[in-house]
Ligand binder design. Structure first.
Ligand code: IMP
Ligand code: MG
Length: 199
């Protein structure tokens, strides 16, 4: 029994996505059905934890666009949702070591804050944001929820409380994740071919 239909198998969708995208990927790593089933589990866990409390969600753009939208509509709590534009990659496949905040931080004084991001790679983005929040915003609590966590042996202090999937150290795209701003609208997560990333 297929609970979730696959957007990719929808002919209208495959007309919209150019064929070349399929050629740019070495494989589909996580399909839509698997993503949605895991979102159900994550949403249940988060709802249970924050039940009866006010929660502010910070969605880091643009990577968490799909993940945030699909996860948050599964959480039946009164949420305050804020999108923040933060970047650390600037178009390549490895971090620049610098995190850029494109706008001022919102008022988070005395609030429970859940940060939502697409992927935990080096952890630089999330660690920098968390430190900035604690230094400048006085939140009551901060937790991090990521769709993906790369297996790169980072320090324990740089981690997320909620993780969708643990993956190998490969460059992935789709379901919000990009390479040079492309592939975000793929409804699944795929591995980018090395040749494409090297271009
Ligand atoms: P970090 O600061 O090194 O943890 O990197 C976080 C950001 O880098 C993520 O929010 C993504 O935008 C980007 N990133 C890291 N790994 C990947 C990947 O495999 N595919 C696409 N973007 C990635
Ligand atoms: Mg990116």
């Amino acid at each position: 029994m297929e609970k979730y239909f696959s957007l990719w198998s929808n002919p209208r969708f495959s007309e919209i996505i150019p064929h070349v995208m399929q050629q740019d990927l070495s494989k589909i790593l996580i399909n839509t059905t698997t993503i949605f089933a895991r979102l159900d589990e994550l949403a249940t866990e988060i709802t249970e934890f924050y039940k009866g409390q006010e929660l502010t969600v910070l969605c880091l753009m643009s990577g968490s666009l799909m993940f945030g939208a699909d996860l948050l509509r599964r959480i039946p709590l009164p949420l305050r949702i804020i999108c923040l534009s933060v970047s650390s990659y600037h178009g390549g496949t490895s971090t620049t070591g610098q995190v850029t905040f494109h706008q001022a931080l919102p008022d988070l004084d005395g609030r429970h804050v859940l940060i939502i991001d697409d992927i935990l790679d080096t952890g630089l983005t999330l660690t920098t944001l968390r430190e900035k929040l604690l230094a400048e915003c006085k939140p009551l609590s901060t937790k991090v929820c990521v769709l993906l966590r790369k297996d790169i042996g980072r320090e324990r202090s740089t981690d997320a409380e909620y993780v969708g999937f643990d993956i190998a150290n490969e460059f992935v795209v789709g379901y919000g994740l990009d390479f040079q701003e492309k592939y975000r609208n793929l409804p699944f997560i795929g591995v980018l071919r090395g040749e494409v990333a090297a271009l």
